[in-house]
Design a protein around this ligand. Structure first.
Ligand SMILES: CC(C)(COP(=O)(O)OP(=O)(O)OC[C@H]1O[C@@H](n2cnc3c(N)ncnc32)[C@H](O)[C@@H]1OP(=O)(O)O)[C@@H](O)C(=O)NCCC(=O)NCCS
Length: 138
């Protein structure tokens, strides 16, 4: 069932609510998160090219951020929807807003759990190698 959701494009998402959302989808752990980490929880969003969020009755229920060169290449990060609001079209709408913001770009996403979701909304698996230097923060 579709619900009445308000979508916003502000980058300065409230740190505590963002942390609660990350906790809810299993990306944060209370015993490993200090107050200083919570106080800076939105830093990746503040420094992203696009940020979209979903709100229900003033509560943050979904978010996504993307890094983009605004022309050729764009990457999606941190797409999350509160479990009780999943399967209502919010994730799809958040990604749609990202793609609309730079529609001729290539769009990339790295995922394991949500592969089926991205395939459903039009992403295709890319067999290119994926090489990384891991993040030093976690
Ligand atoms: C992945 C996630 C963002 C999807 O958000 P959502 O709001 O539940 O997705 P939607 O309701 O917009 O789903 C759109 C379509 O994809 C389908 N879908 C949703 N999750 C799916 C999954 N894991 N596998 C396959 N299909 C899925 C829905 O059934 C829907 O299909 P329909 O159009 O035929 O009805 C959400 O499940 C989530 O927050 N998961 C935990 C965090 C995560 O893994 N994020 C991805 C990081 S890259």
């Amino acid at each position: 069932m579709k619900v009445q959701i308000e979508y916003r494009d502000q980058k300065d998402l409230p740190c505590k609510e963002l942390y609660q959302l990350f906790l809810a989808v299993g990306w944060a752990a209370e015993d490993k998160t200090t107050q200083a980490m919570i106080d800076h929880f939105n830093v990746g969003f503040l420094n992203s090219t696009f940020v979209f969020s979903a709100w229900m009755d003033g509560r943050l229920v979904g978010c996504v951020r993307a890094l983009s060169d605004l022309h050729f290449r764009s990457v999606i990060y941190d797409l999350a929807v509160m479990p009780e609001y999943q399967q209502k079209g919010i994730g799809k709408e958040l990604v749609r807003r990202c793609i609309n913001a730079c529609e001729n770009s290539e769009w990339l996403v790295q995922t394991d759990m949500a592969k089926g979701f991205y395939e459903k909304i039009g992403f295709k698996e890319n067999k290119d190698s994926f090489l990384t230097i891991p993040c030093k923060w976690f």
